[in-house]
Design a protein around this ligand. Structure first.
Ligand SMILES: [Zn+2]
Length: 86
């Protein structure tokens, strides 16, 4: 297994890792490259920060929708129970 990546290869693996899980060998090669290369370490951190921010925004929006739906559903269920009882 060749451990040495060029910065171009490393940055390709980094962007790929955001979308798909890396193979074991890619992970090892990337880890090794990041260990010796500050530029790619920085690039990796930046990409991850951006990805985390996007995911957090998505998550918060989804959570809001869920809360909304749950409240609506509860109200509807309560109404149904009430109308059954009277
Ligand atoms: Zn590099």
């Amino acid at each position: 297994m060749k451990l040495m990546l060029t910065c171009k290869q490393a940055s390709q693996i980094i962007s790929q890792s955001l979308d798909t899980p890396l193979s074991w060998s890619d992970r090892m090669k990337l880890k090794f490259h990041l260990f010796i290369c500050d530029a790619c370490t920085h690039f990796n951190q930046q990409l991850r920060l951006i990805k985390n921010a996007i995911q957090r925004m998505k998550l918060e929006t989804e959570n809001d929708d869920t809360i909304q739906l749950t409240v609506d559903a509860k109200a509807r269920i309560n109404q149904a129970i009430d109308s059954n009882q009277h």
